[in-house]
Write a protein that binds this ligand. Sequence first.
Ligand SMILES: [Zn+2]
Length: 207
Amino acid sequence: MLIENAIVVIIGAVVLSIGLVYSLSIIQILKDFNLARPWIMLTTLISFFFIGYIFTALRFLNIDLLPSLSLENLVTAIFFFGAVFVLMLAILNRNLLANIFGMGLNDTKALKIFSEYIQIPSHQVVSMIKPEYYVTCDICHQPVKYSIPDIVRAHPRLERGVIVESAMGGVNYRFFIRHYCDKQYREIPVRHDSHFEYRSHGPSRPV
Ligand SMILES: [Zn+2]
């Protein structure tokens, strides 16, 4: 029975080591963007799990590397750090998805962020904008619906979604409208005038 337990734990350790390879490749990708730190912590946790698994498997095989450490203590530690691991992974994924699909902001909050960014009081912004705008996609030729709050939600870094340009007699706004098209995300640059009326748009590009 203990040998069977050891085999299952060893299989678990193999699965864990595959997970380790994947998390190392995630670190490789993220380090260029200076975003690797949480994944380094996760990878360290996975390494500790790996050591714990090997230790437990050996214990089942009656090989005792650290007699002072009981199996109960080890299981307790694995349970606790397992919960920490899941929490970290859930937060990381939530942040990642918020970046891809837009933050979970309601329209009021999004408009507040927008008005602070363009430095115009929000009641003034609200009085000028339309609830919805449309632009035609140059790839699929479908109308793409967007609103100012949509733009804010799609761009956690708003300077990547809204560019304020000085123009004759005021300002122009260049908005980058995110649109899922032909199995990829594209951005359509749209120009609005100082009263937030649609003026023109340029060719889209993949994000
Ligand atoms: Zn399209």
